[in-house]
Design a protein around this ligand. Structure first.
Ligand code: FAD
Length: 299
């Protein structure tokens, strides 16, 4: 028994010594490696803070839309479309910017005044100067501001009346000056690889013409793939936007007030489900070689 007790005491002492030695060695490790340890702790804190911010920013960030409106009259039907679009988007929690081109007196005429110091002074190569001036921060302030609005938007909505099978001149000029070479497109950065890929666009426009004047076999032919292809594909699709099927208000000046109200209701409903609205087909770059010649399977 006595021997057993002595052995038990001895074990305890041995255990304590082992524990003391372990603590001592940990303390030694800490003293020797304390800088490394501090760095590790600070890295872990930074990473968890970054992860927290990323997760929560995604939740907190409200999606942004930009409405580009091109009608001179505040009481026009197109202005009513703009107002309904704004209302529908705000109801859905979007943060909405606006560019009311006539109200802003937007200058639609491109000119040498759009740039600061130019790379070629005696002949204006507009797209070249756009790229250089954007990189140098010397674009005219009105263009810079519109580019900022476009680039910070997830969704672009255009409201306009059709003029001569096209968009009003003020909107055409806005595109010419704002959709610049560089951030919007360049080289092979077009269509799915365009600068605005990942964003959506909706064109909502009014027409004097009746619905049966448009479409296959009709008087004026197709709207999306014919009359307004230059805008829907050649502009919006070209810079990479996912182009939602347009909202078309036919024959607007000649229909009843009730029919116009019904159109405005339809527009509002479409904007309420804008993420799920069908989009127009755009060329797929995978079917073309580096010079954009069709690949054999596509030819
Ligand atoms: C230069 C030019 C070229 C054109 N080229 C073409 C062309 O190529 N193809 C074509 O089809 N058309 C063409 N048009 C016609 C043009 O597209 C239409 O006149 C235009 O789309 C009508 O829209 P708006 O907003 O101007 O209508 P508005 O004239 O402003 O309004 C139409 C009616 O709606 C009413 N209204 C306004 N607000 C509301 C509301 N909230 N609820 C109910 N009613 C309301 C107004 O009082 C008015 O009676 C052209 C017109 C011009 C001037």
């Amino acid at each position: 028994m006595a021997i057993g007790n002595v052995s038990g005491e001895g074990d305890k002492i041995a255990e304590r010594i082992a524990c003391f030695v372990k603590c001592l060695s940990l303390f030694y490790e800490y003293v020797v490696r304390r800088k490394e340890f501090a760095r590790w702790v600070s890295l872990a804190v930074k990473q968890s803070r970054k992860r927290y911010l990323m997760d929560n920013t995604a939740v907190i960030r409200r999606r942004r839309a930009l409405i580009v409106h091109a009608h001179s009259e505040a009481d026009s039907f197109v202005a009513a479309m703009r107002d309904r679009a704004l209302h529908a988007l705000e109801q859905q929690g979007w943060e909405v910017d606006q560019s009311d081109l006539y109200a802003m007196d937007f200058n639609p005429v491109l000119s040498p005044d759009d740039f600061g110091p130019r790379s070629i002074s005696d002949h204006l190569v507009y797209a070249l100067e756009q790229r250089n001036a954007y990189a140098a921060g010397t674009l005219a302030p009105d263009i810079t501001e519109e580019i900022r609005k476009v680039l910070s938007a997830d969704l672009l909505v255009f409201t306009f009346p059709v003029f001569w099978f096209s968009v009003p001149a003020i909107l055409k000029g806005w595109i010419d000056r704002v959709f610049i070479s560089g951030p919007f497109y360049g080289g092979r950065r077009i269509y799915g690889a365009g600068g605005l890929s990942g964003k959506r666009a909706l064109a909502a426009f009014s027409l004097g013409g009746r619905e049966h004047m448009f479409g296959p076999g009709s008087l004026h032919g197709q709207l999306e793939t014919g009359m307004l292809r230059h805008f829907l594909q050649g502009t919006l699709g070209y810079v990479g936007l996912e182009v939602v099927e347009p909202f078309v208000a036919y024959h607007v000046p000649y229909i009843s007030a009730e029919a116009r109200t019904a159109l405005l209701d339809q527009l509002e409903q479409r904007l309420a489900r804008i993420d799920h609205e069908p989009t127009l087909a755009m060329p797929d770059l995978a079917g073309f070689d580096l010079s954009f010649a069709p690949l054999p399977a596509n030819a």
